[in-house]
Ligand binder design. Structure first.
Ligand code: GTP
Ligand code: MG
Length: 448
């Protein structure tokens, strides 16, 4: 596969949608030096910026004046020869250079994530690092940026590599027992010596897994659901939190049916707030479906905010308490027209007016505090995706099999450990991973 890929040279626009002040077109592959010679008339010194006119090799017409950079392989992002053309970011300029590049033999437009994919195959970055890079590009808040950067720099990869080496060490211990297979009890004793090691490894993995999903929640955003009876002011509150008009607000009960989500950045922590359909008995099939979805959202949320309509107050329904347990926060709305009566004072966490903005700041910082407590500032999470969790769980299950298994069957026990090592190896891509590659690299936009 690598051989085939190296035969082609790929190119793509690596910067955002035109027009921009500067646009960067990146090229990777064996034709890079030939391209420099044709377009610039020379090959720039590696890693030295040079100013050059770019000429179409066929018509000799001037395309643009550019800053050109050469990264000679393997000291490049992809591990191959890489060129960067920093051109003026106008649509026609970009189109002209891309068109010119397409005329070079074996030169084609890169697919999504193809630069990173080549980097992976050439050993420039492992899968955890690739995912970290994808997350860094997607990061919207500071905590997300920090988490992604740590992963891209290989912090988790190192943990997993050490873990895998220790498992391999345990495998070697069990395998060596096979040499004594004709002597009574000796193999069992030798293989048994690997048990404390496996048990330590299991505890370590369990520690990584038992993190309240903070890394994954930080990637996706801490999920807050606004729920309440119709007309409580959920949509008004969503608009106030988003500081723009995202949801329809109306005095008609049953306005909202579809989930509406806004993403907030509260002191660097990403928070997703979902507005839902008001919960009530209804004959409308559409509204019923909306309510079913409201409950589903409430259940998967990290924080459920129950909004009480101050002008027609009712306590949190039993069903909501049962389904959401300790994650319900009760908010009295419309305090501008209905102050909280004594009977409700102890029942509510916050009083606000979504209309006038009263109390919103306190509510927002309480949401932020909950989110921060749950996900942290983007430091220290080992597991940041379901993929990591699944593989670690698989490895843990295999270690348990080993610990619970019959030691006299040495070959089977070695196989348990081998499977555990394989699962860990798949995290960084040390072992055969074809099936996950497409999924990971397709997350990228073109030019990454
Ligand atoms: N006075 C006052 N009115 C409010 C306040 N918040 C919302 N309202 C009004 O209450 C009515 C209902 O508001 P919505 O935000 O549409 O209520 P909802 O909870 O989204 O309702 P559904 O989508 O039908 O479930 C509208 O007429 C709002 O203007 C508030 O803090 N004070
Ligand atoms: Mg609504």
């Amino acid at each position: 596969m690598t051989g085939l890929m190296q035969a082609t040279t790929i190119y793509a626009l690596s910067t955002g949608a035109a027009p921009t002040g500067v646009a960067i077109i990146r090229v990777s592959g064996p034709a890079v030096e030939a391209i420099f010679k044709s377009l610039c008339g020379f090959v720039p010194k590696p890693r030295r910026a040079a100013l050059s006119a770019l000429h179409d090799p066929e018509t000799k017409a001037l395309i643009d004046e550019a800053l050109v950079l050469y990264f000679k392989g393997p000291a490049s992002f992809t591990g191959e020869d890489v060129a960067e053309f920093h051109i003026h970011g106008g649509r026609a300029v970009i189109a002209a250079l891309l068109e010119t590049l397409s005329h070079f033999p074996n030169c084609q437009m890169a697919e999504r994530g193809e630069f990173s994919r080549r980097g992976f195959f050439n050993g420039k970055l492992d899968l955890m690092e690739v995912e970290g890079l994808a997350d860094l590009i997607a990061a919207e808040t500071d905590a997300q940026r920090r988490q992604a950067l740590t992963q891209m720099q290989g912090a988790q990869s190192q943990f997993f590599e050490t873990l895998r080496e220790k498992i391999i060490h345990a495998i070697a211990m069990v395998d060596s027992a096979l040499d004594f297979s004709d002597e009574a009890d000796v193999p069992e004793e030798i293989a048994g010596a690997a048990r404390p090691l496996a048990s330590d490894l299991l505890s370590e993995i369990e520690r990584y897994l038992d993190d309240g999903n903070r890394g994954e929640i930080l990637r996706e955003g801490f999920h807050v659901v606004l729920a309440g009876l119709p007309n409580a002011g959920k949509s008004r509150l969503l608009n106030a939190l988003a500081a723009r008009d995202v949801a329809i607000v109306s005095e008609e009960a049953g306005t909202t049916r579809d989930m509406i989500e806004v993403r907030l950045d509260i002191d660097g922590v990403p928070v997703r707030v979902t507005d839902t359909a008001g919960l009530r008995e209804t004959e409308s099939l559409v509204e019923k479906e909306g309510i079913r979805r409201s409950f589903a959202q409430l259940e998967i949320s990290e924080l459920a905010i129950w909004i009480i309509d101050g002008t027609a107050p009712q306590l949190v329904p039993e069903e909501v308490v049962e389904r959401c347990g300790g994650k319900v926060m009760t908010v009295w709305n419309k305090v501008d027209v209905s102050p909280v009566p004594m009977a409700f004072v102890d029942e509510i966490d916050f009083k606000i007016s979504a209309e006038t903005g009263l109390g919103l700041e306190a509510l927002l910082s309480a949401i932020g505090a909950r989110a921060l407590e749950r996900v942290g500032q983007g430091e220290g999470a080992i597991v940041t995706r379901a993929r990591h969790r699944d593989l670690l769980e698989l490895a843990a299950a295999q270690l348990r099999e080993f610990l619970d298994g019959d030691l006299s069957d040495t070959e089977l026990r070695a196989e348990d450990l081998r499977r555990a090592a394989f699962a860990i190896g798949r995290l960084t891509g040390k072992v055969d991973v074809e099936d996950v590659l497409d999924k990971i690299f397709l997350e990228f936009c073109i030019g990454k």
